[in-house]
Design a protein around this ligand. Structure first.
Ligand SMILES: Cc1cc2nc3c(=O)[nH]c(=O)nc-3n(C[C@H](O)[C@H](O)[C@H](O)COP(=O)(O)O)c2cc1C
Length: 468
């Protein structure tokens, strides 16, 4: 049985648009410290491999409806620094944006966190999809994808060189001889590229892990190449099992072509489990969450200008092939209405039935609102008992679809804890994840070797896991 990597993508106010509205949910970011701390303690007790913090470099009213967790949140490096002090085993991964970050500052901060946490830090490098970030960082416009990736490639090379500034034994600290540093083991970075110019060396000792594990999350072909060549973990967006298998194969062959041992690239998919004591219980949670999502028709006149256009009966009409824009969102989808739907519309009704237990011929048929939400909220949701969710993870592992999952929780803390204390023991029972932490560092948890210092090997930066 393959071993699965299990991390949690922490979103303090929930990872589903209506999660913060669910009864008992955490909703005020001023209370994030306690929620993050509790999540870290729970995740460590459950023996998750890591906690993962995404990032977004702007905010606005539109995010309230689309991704409320992005409106106001703790900055990721601050979050993992805080959590490093209240945990001792779990890995802690922060996202940083290579388009806007300064590599020297980021190398300093991340090397420091790795040293402070005993080698438990990881770094997710993104190029950023939010145009408003430009105005927040003194730039006139958000650069095109190619440009952002060119900079990301340089950025990652520079980070590795900076982390390797000190050889592991460069600080001699020989009190008797009065020798603190061996200057021959301290290396300048001396990088001059099209986008970045960094002298170095870094003024922080080499990280415990040598290099922090690097994650890359993206969807474009350029992003795939970057992940395949440079990342330890590729965080991918997938539509289902078959898609995941295809993406993992593509990433692994790109990694192999680049001269890497492709087994050192771990492919991780996000997933949003809704965990219940019975399947009906889980479906009732998903149903309530779905009913709490606002749609355009909830405003008597027009929704706010920032409201996402996709979340409306007009958009649904295009998908189901019937004009439902004048109907009430609470109109039941009866077998008669269903019969007039397109194949895509019928498929949507099946997805709603699986998630909420509502079917057109049943006692509680779905409404148009359920369909709008299922069509417009982009979430890889699995709804069921802990056992059923563990079964689904097992199927993905056995099919070779992923090396692990980044688990999202719709509602904090209830769904986070239901996963940690319900699903993880089921995965352990199946032998898919270990019962105890076996190593000390995040690299150990991920099954990754500690890299050589690039200045020692050949003065050049090589991708992780180069084939010998
Ligand atoms: C699963 C997943 C998670 C992501 N998380 C973030 C994030 O937290 N912050 C961010 O700026 N971008 C995030 N992204 C976006 C990408 O990192 C990237 O910035 C964006 O997709 C544009 O690059 P691309 O078009 O080359 O993929 C994520 C992408 C995926 C697939």
């Amino acid at each position: 049985m393959p071993r699965l990597i299990i991390g949690a993508m922490v979103r303090a106010v929930g990872a589903y648009p209506s999660g913060w509205r669910y009864p008992g949910a955490h909703r005020d970011p001023r209370g994030d410290a306690a929620v993050l701390r509790r999540a870290a303690e729970v995740a460590e007790a459950a023996r998750l491999d890591y906690l993962f913090f995404g990032d977004w470099l702007a905010t606005g009213h539109d995010l309230e409806f689309r991704d409320p967790h992005l409106v106001a949140r703790i900055e990721p490096l601050s979050a993992i620094t805080y959590l490093a002090g209240v945990t001792s085993r779990i890995g802690l991964i922060a996202t940083a944006n290579t388009t806007y970050a300064d590599p020297y500052t980021l190398a300093r901060a991340t090397a420091s966190i790795d040293l402070l946490s005993g080698g438990r830090a990881g770094l997710n490098l993104v190029t950023g999809a939010e145009p408003r970030a430009a105005g927040n960082h003194g730039q006139d416009f958000h650069q095109a994808n190619e440009h952002r990736h060119d900079r990301a490639v340089e950025f990652e090379l520079v980070l590795r060189r900076l982390w390797d500034s000190f050889e592991d034994d460069a600080i001699v600290a020989d009190a008797a001889a009065g020798v603190y540093l061996d200057p021959t083991r301290l290396h300048a970075t001396d990088f001059h590229g099209a986008h970045l110019s960094v002298a170095g060396p870094l003024n922080v000792a080499r990280p415990v892990q040598g290099h922090l594990p690097i994650v890359h999350a993206g969807t474009s072909p350029r992003s795939r190449v970057f992940a395949a060549q440079s990342a330890d973990l590729a965080l991918v967006a997938v539509t289902g099992l078959e898609h995941a298998i295809a993406i993992r194969e593509e990433l692994r062959s790109l990694a192999f072509e680049s001269g890497r041992d492709d087994r050192t690239l771990k492919v991780i998919a996000p997933v949003l489990p809704i965990v219940g004591e019975t399947r009906e219980h889980a479906q009732s949670i998903a149903d309530e969450l779905s009913e709490l999502v606002q749609i355009a028709e909830d405003w008597p006149e027009a929704p706010p200008a920032a409201f996402p256009a996709t979340r409306s009966l007009a958009q649904l009409s295009g998908l189901v092939g019937v004009d439902v824009s004048e109907l009430s969102p609470d109109r039941a989808v009866t077998p008669g209405l269903l019969a007039s739907f397109s194949a895509a519309g019928q498929e949507l009704v099946e997805i709603v039935a699986e998630r909420t237990g509502r079917s057109p011929s049943g006692e509680r048929p779905p409404t148009l609102r359920h369909l709008v939400v299922a069509a417009s909220v982009n979430a890889s949701m699995i709804v069921g008992t802990a056992d059923e969710i563990a079964e689904e993870f097992t199927a993905w592992a056995e099919a070779g679809a992923v090396d692990g999952f980044n688990v999202l929780s719709a509602v904090q803390p209830a769904q986070f804890e239901a996963f940690a204390f319900g699903v993880v023991p089921e995965l352990q029972r199946r032998g898919l994840v270990p019962v105890e932490y076996e190593g000390e560092t995040l690299r150990d948890h991920l099954g990754l070797e500690r890299p050589e210092n690039v200045h020692v090997t050949h003065g050049l930066v090589s991708p992780p896991g180069r084939r010998g």
